[in-house]
Design a protein around this ligand. Structure first.
Ligand SMILES: Cc1cc2nc3c(=O)[nH]c(=O)nc-3n(C[C@H](O)[C@H](O)[C@H](O)COP(=O)(O)OP(=O)(O)OC[C@H]3O[C@@H](n4cnc5c(N)ncnc54)[C@H](O)[C@@H]3O)c2cc1C
Length: 452
């Protein structure tokens, strides 16, 4: 192989480590550039590859009823380094995959260091090169210089430094006997646009009780300096409520331009709106409801909203330091930067969220880049697998305008014909999704086995 066929991977976190492993196992020479320990981040403690920056959990390991567990399964069958090492350093934690973090990252580092096709170079990369094969997997704490270079290439508004995530609800769990579909003032050319939002009405007593609960809820504290950049654009709802009990009713909960078809005579005192979050229409975000409430508090406060009493959340809200691209507009289906296709991105910087999801995107990027270098064609990742659902979401399925980082969840999966919707059919449906995914993932992997 010519020297120019080397694959350069920037960032030795969850995604970069997995990408390096996958590509190296396909026979490609890899240089893994990691800036730690010389250049530090506020969250990492060591110079190890695959360091877990916060919790030590890879979440559910249930591959029949849970989308994260399914992602584990898919990574395991693809001989993923991160997942197999996590299993070797597993701690007792019920159905979750909890990991002994230091032995885990030491083992990831050793596996990469010992691999004959991988060289590790401890240095910061601060440019997007125009030549060579590159994967950038620099994560939520991408270094400042590189962040600036990415902004120069993509445009300042295409790289975010914070996520302000409003909670995301499974559409099927919204009570449509209470809620209704309508855009404010019926705006839009088509019927679909005129009915783009789901509205949940509140009476005055319901609104007052909701504000009381918001003010009383447990909140996560901001880190020093964390508030400065985003405060004007996207205030957390509880901060809005602290500014005045009526603030939300004149902001994201304003009741104007909407008529409740279930009670046309009654004017709602406030309305919570939900907006479609994916092309499939299975997920809706609560508009303007970014929050620093703790997860337990969020679930109970949001279930006070009429129509959401039985809501299931695909993800809860949050505001965090997080560097991520507007991937639906910037990346192609092969995770390449459209404007510089010699560069791929992987991991959290592409707008997935979590250790497992980041490693999974590294697994795909590593295989895609290696196949390209080897001149092999890699079949498209099937959309009905957990990997496929995620990569499809970030590279096109998500609404680009409101794009925020996403965990893997069954709302990203295409519906299965003949299976019952709603809560009651859930077990059977999830089993259907995971069975279908396992079949398709196994077939996809089989296409990549070299002939004996
Ligand atoms: C404070 C914090 C807490 C979190 N807690 C959790 C949690 O509890 N559970 C969870 O699932 N997820 C959590 N996350 C998200 C978590 O970071 C990701 O899930 C995961 O680590 C992302 O993997 P990654 O490979 O994309 O990035 P990382 O694992 O962060 O790896 C990126 C690597 O790139 C390196 N790097 C950055 N810039 C450069 C450069 N210019 N040149 C060379 N190297 C560079 C970094 O040093 C780092 O090693 C948290 C994130 C943060 C910031």
């Amino acid at each position: 192989m010519a020297k120019t066929d080397t694959l350069h991977i920037v960032g030795g976190g969850m995604a970069g480590s997995e990408a390096a492993w996958q590509a190296a196992n396909m026979g490609v020479s890899v240089v893994l550039h990691e800036m730690r320990p010389q250049v530090k981040t506020f969250a990492h403690r060591t110079g190890n590859m695959g360091e877990m920056v916060c919790s030590n959990s890879f979440r559910s390991d249930d591959d029949e009823q849970n989308a994260v567990g399914l992602l584990h399964w898919e990574m395991r069958t693809a001989e993923g380094l991160i997942i197999s090492t996590a299993h070797r350093h597993r701690l007792p934690a019920g159905g979750a995959l909890a990991v002994d973090r230091d032995p885990f990252s030491e083992a990831v580092t050793k596996a990469l260091t010992d691999h004959p096709n991988i060289a590790i170079s401890h240095e910061e990369v601060s440019e997007l090169p125009s030549e060579g094969h590159w994967i950038f997997a620099t994560g939520p704490l991408t270094s400042e210089k590189l962040g600036a270079a990415i902004q120069t290439e993509t445009g300042a508004d295409r790289l975010a430094f914070f996520d302000a995530i409003a909670p995301i609800v499974y559409a099927e769990s919204i009570d449509m006997d209470v809620a209704w579909r309508q855009s404010r003032y019926d705006k839009g050319e088509t019927e679909e646009e005129q009915k783009a939002y789901i509205n949940c009405p509140m009476t005055k007593p319901q609104y007052e009780a909701f504000i009381d609960a918001l003010l009383a809820a447990d909140k996560t504290e901001f880190h020093e300096g964390e508030t400065a950049t985003y405060f004007d654009g996207c205030l957390p709802i509880e901060v809005m409520a602290e500014r005045g009990r009526e603030t939300l009713r004149h902001g994201p909960m304003k009741p104007v331009g909407l008529t409740n078809p279930h009670k046309p005579e009654e004017k709602a005192y406030a309305v919570v709106q939900l907006r479609r979050d994916n092309a499939l229409g299975t997920l809706y975000n609560i508009v303007g409801f970014q929050t620093k409430m703790k997860y337990g508090a969020q679930a109970s406060v949001f279930k006070m909203i009429p129509g959401l009493e039985e809501a299931s959340f695909a993800r809860l809200g949050g505001i965090h330091r997080n560097t991520f691209l507007n991937s639906p507009t910037l990346l192609d289906a092969q995770m390449r930067l459209r404007s510089k296709p010699n560069i791929r991105f992987a991991g959290q910087v592409t707008g997935v969220e979590g250790y497992v999801e980041s490693a999974a995107m590294g697994l795909l990027a590593g295989r895609m880049a290696a196949a390209e270098i080897l001149g092999r064609s890699l079949p498209v990742v099937p959309q009905d697998t957990a990997h496929g659902a995620l990569v499809h979401h970030i590279t096109g399925g998500a609404e680009a305008k409101t794009f925020q980082p996403m965990n893997v969840n069954f709302g990203l999966f295409r519906p299965l014909d003949g299976l019952r919707g709603g809560r009651k059919g859930r077990r059977e449906r999830y089993k259907g999704y995971t069975d279908r995914a396992k079949d398709e993932w196994s077939r996809w992997l089989a296409t990549q086995k070299e002939p004996a």
